[in-house]
Design a protein around this ligand. Structure first.
Ligand SMILES: [Zn+2]
Length: 161
């Protein structure tokens, strides 16, 4: 079986989940995390669909089959505006959620959400160092206690935000 990285990039580009020219930082982040995450953790990852739309995309409608058993990871186009190292860290944070088994949907209270976010951030820190965390857009989203996806979705629905 090919590893998660090769599979996710190949499948993502072929199926249109990944906008390759518009995803430079995010693709670089995936490559770096692939290099730095311990191999035994990588081996335990589920197959992944990475959704990495281009910056110019305000909203998008895709008709695609979601393969059964795959985990869906959304990487925000705002990561293209990050310092390179912080974009790598953001990708590491998202993949750390998968390593920690957070991929399955479950109802969580505020404290549980915060605990999951801290655990993912701590694990990501062991792979990648942040740069000027205060200037990281992604870091600010986390500090506000908001999931990046939720904010992005709200922005798509309320363009004036
Ligand atoms: Zn998170």
């Amino acid at each position: 079986m090919t590893d998660w990285y090769e599979q996710a990039i190949t499948y993502g580009v072929e199926q249109g989940w990944i906008d390759r020219p518009g995803s430079r930082n995010r693709l670089n982040g995936l490559e770096e995390v692939h290099k730095r995450m311990p191999k035994e953790m990588q081996a335990a990852l589920p197959p992944i669909i990475i959704f990495s739309p281009g910056l110019a995309v305000g909203g998008v409608k895709l008709r695609r089959e979601i393969l059964f058993g795959y985990t869906f990871v959304y990487l925000s186009p705002t990561l293209e505006k990050e310092h390179c190292i912080n974009a790598i860290w953001a990708v590491a944070h998202e993949l750390a959620h998968l390593v920690l088994g957070h991929g399955h949907y479950r109802l969580r209270n505020q404290a549980e959400v915060a605990a999951d976010e801290n655990a993912a951030s701590d694990l990501a820190d062991t792979w990648v160092q942040k740069q000027n965390p205060g200037n990281s857009l992604f870091g600010r989203l986390l500090n506000k206690g908001e999931e990046a996806l939720k904010l992005e979705l709200e922005k798509m629905q309320n363009p004036e935000l």
